[in-house]
Design a protein around this ligand. Structure first.
Ligand code: FES
Length: 70
């Protein structure tokens, strides 16, 4: 599904960015160009990205690979 119509960014592009190590919305914008035009997609883009980060964190914790805060 397209999240950002202006820049043709799909939900799976945002998930792949999270899986590839992207950790902030600013990084996500630089990588995918999501929400860099009209901005209407930002709430949905943040939701998809946050869910992808949470899913990845749970997976890392499940595998005992999560980074613990100092
Ligand atoms: S829909 Fe994403 S910037 Fe316009």
């Amino acid at each position: 599904m397209y999240v950002c119509v202006c820049n043709a960014v799909r939900d799976r592009d945002l998930r792949q960015a999270a899986e590839s190590g992207c950790r902030s919305f600013k990084e996500l914008q630089a990588l995918t160009r999501v929400s860099t035009c009209c901005g209407r997609c930002e709430p949905m883009a943040r939701e998809v990205f946050d869910q992808a980060l949470e899913r990845q964190q749970r997976t890392l914790e499940h595998c005992g690979l999560a980074v613990q805060p100092a």
